[in-house]
Design a protein around this ligand. Structure first.
Ligand code: GTP
Ligand code: MN
Ligand code: MN
Length: 606
């Protein structure tokens, strides 16, 4: 069988390069592939080298799976409609599999025993690709020459998955050398199967594959379920490995802000899915800031890998493109995203008008001849675009990329922002008094659910550090690890809590958000760089004093509401998160309980 596989891939540039650098890894790869290939019914094989995008597109168009968009306004851009029930991450089908017990992964995860999970996969995958083609997609996460990069190989029968990977990940022959030299890869096996949601599984095996991790996913073709390089590898598998090796793989965006003096400061933000990371990473400062010489430069919009180097965390973006939320992206809210998605973009589940331009809620006026995301004429009874519709766009289409984007060692991070959709309680901005209290901020995150995952939208749930859906081991141990990281760093990032989503009595947002978030970012820079010293101390931490806070054109009254620390509300909140913390039992660090009680008693005395 290995011989058969060998003859099928022998002309591949990737494999020839791989065997030049590392014969034994090449042998192992062939074994991995042949095992899967036999199981799924000996389909044709095609290795993705990185230059076949047009062929992939042509095939998808021939099969009526892609619609070409207006070539003048959206050159080389296409629309894909997924199965209407396969439109978001499915948390209930996402498992972490170990040979131990459920306690390994804690109460926030679904768990399966490794052997049991492999059996489920076998039964479902047997013959699943008969007569189809198996695509082998080698990929590399991180700058090609980064010591912090990691390789992976995704085996899939979905050309839609292949095209997405080509848009958002470094794929093909350029990855042969770094994968070979790193002497390992994460193995991802994906199959469309029947897209039967009853038999949908996204299985993670962090201990398998010599401890590098394996992912098996089937009966789904959507985003985080099927693009295994993204949530499965770059967050779940990577977090597992990060804890072992002493670094962090976080659901964070990262940008550099350049001030008129030329000083660049990098900040990272962890907000849950569909809660503002991509938008903050593309922050266009208000005009007066731009005129004065401020600007922002993107490193990452969804995932950041951070390594301690000389006492400081340095972040890299494992990805090579955006898989961004389309709805409410507009020239008003996010002009820089609008510019980036004007070319070479794969749209999923958006509407399309008679001129073959994409459309979604919040973009502009409803255009003529609008067809909704399911392919039916739009009549206003349903949404034109699915709330979790997305754009897949290569990162190079974004004009304000950080000069450190390709820096193999990344860039130093000065601040962590935690936040999410919270219509009450959480102020616009507060600064933790210490790393430990910042970790408590993160652990306490209770935010509204969004359309990025299947299930109810707008329900409050605990989502610590925006990692609940992506944390592959016991969350209590993650808190412990987070606390340790702060001790290990000479210059740990300062930690903030932000909330762009606080609402007034009539249900409208109190804060304009988007480019206006620059005012909050400016305060954070003033704090981390030691220039704003007169912050107001509260039991929760520091909030801006209105004298030294530049808040634009918002009225003072609204600002006071936005910055309010509600003593009773926070005491109530501490009570509410308690059972969640307790659910981790002895995994929950004593130190964090201590911090919890300190904050509580300060609030009581206030
Ligand atoms: P994932 O990619 O799913 O991890 O989400 P994300 O964190 O990148 O969220 P994104 O930036 O795409 O924002 C999600 C939704 O929130 C979009 O509809 C945005 O328009 C909206 N949004 C982002 N920033 C703001 C803001 O500052 N204020 C308000 N009101 N809405 C915002
Ligand atoms: Mn995300
Ligand atoms: Mn995003």
């Amino acid at each position: 069988q290995k011989k058969e596989i060998e003859s099928l891939v022998k002309d591949s540039v990737f494999f020839r390069a791989m065997s030049n650098y590392n014969t034994s890894l090449m042998e192992r790869t062939l074994r991995d592939i042949s095992e899967y290939w036999v199981l799924v019914g000996k389909p044709d094989i095609k290795v993705i080298e990185g230059y076949e995008e047009q062929d992939v597109i042509n095939r998808l168009v021939e099969e009526n799976l892609l619609i070409k968009m207006n070539d003048t306004e959206y050159p080389n851009s296409y629309l894909y409609r997924s199965a209407p029930f396969d439109v978001a991450r499915s948390e209930k089908d996402t498992y972490i599999c170990t040979r131990g017990s459920h306690d390994d992964v804690g109460p926030t995860n679904y768990w399966l025993n490794t052997d049991e999970a492999i059996e489920i996969a076998r039964t479902n995958l047997e013959g699943a690709m008969k007569g189809k083609t198996l695509y082998i997609v080698p990929y590399w996460l991180g700058p090609i020459d980064s010591p912090f990069g990691q390789g992976g190989i995704e085996l899939t029968d979905s050309l839609y998955v292949v095209l997405n990977l080509m848009k958002i990940t470094r794929v093909g022959r350029v990855t042969a050398k770094p994968i070979a030299l790193s002497n390992s890869y994460v193995l991802g096996m994906h199959a469309t199967a029947d897209l039967n949601p009853e038999k949908r599984y996204i299985l993670h095996f962090p201990d398998e594959n010599d401890g590098m991790g394996t992912v098996i996913s089937f009966n789904t073709n959507y985003g985080g379920n099927a693009l295994l390089s993204k949530k499965c590898h770059a967050l779940r598998i990577a977090s597992f490995r990060a804890k072992r090796e002493g670094w962090m793989a976080e659901h964070m965006m990262m940008i550099g802000i350049r001030e008129p003096t030329g000083r660049m400061t990098y900040i990272s933000g962890a907000f849950p899915s569909s809660s503002g990371k991509t938008n903050l990473s593309m922050l266009q400062p208000p005009d007066d800031f731009l005129k004065a010489g401020w600007d922002t430069y993107l490193v990452s919009d969804d995932i950041t890998w951070m390594h301690p180097v000389n006492g400081q965390l340095r972040g890299i973006n494992p990805e090579y493109g955006f898989f961004g939320v389309a709805p409410h992206t507009s020239y008003k809210t996010n002009p820089r995203a609008m510019d980036a998605i004007k070319r070479n973009t794969l749209f999923t589940n958006v509407g399309i008008d008679s001129r073959k331009c994409p459309y979604w809620e919040g973009m502009s006026e409803v255009p003529e001849g609008l067809i909704d995301w399911r392919g039916k004429p739009f009549d206003g009874t349903d949404k034109a675009a699915h709330p979790n519709s997305r754009f897949s766009t290569p990162i190079k289409e974004y004009r304000n990329l950080s000069p450190d984007y390709e820096n193999p060692n990344g860039a130093p991070v000065s601040a962590f922002l935690f936040g999410g959709r919270r219509s009450d309680l959480m102020p616009l901005i507060m600064e933790a008094r210490s790393w430990d209290e910042g970790v408590l901020f993160g652990a306490m995150q209770r935010v509204e659910t969004t359309a990025a995952a299947i299930g109810k939208v707008g329900e409050l749930r605990n989502d610590p550090m925006a990692m609940r859906p992506f944390m592959p081991y016991n969350m209590g141990d993650y808190f412990k690890y987070y606390l340790e990281m702060g001790k290990k760093l000479e210059k740990p990032p300062r930690i903030y809590n932000v909330n762009w989503f606080r609402k007034n009595e009539s249900g409208g947002f109190l804060w304009p958000g988007y480019s206006q978030n620059m005012y909050v970012v400016k305060w954070i820079l003033g704090r981390v760089n030691g220039e704003i010293t007169d912050a107001v101390e509260t039991p929760m931490g520091y909030v801006p004093s209105l004298d030294s806070f530049d808040y634009g054109t918002i009225d003072k009254n609204t600002m006071n509401q936005l910055l309010l620390i509600d003593r009773k509300g926070f005491l109530e909140e501490l009570k509410t998160v308690r059972p969640f913390f307790e659910s981790f039992g002895s995994h929950f660090p004593d130190e964090l309980w201590e911090t919890y009680y300190n904050v509580k008693s300060r609030l009581e005395k206030w």
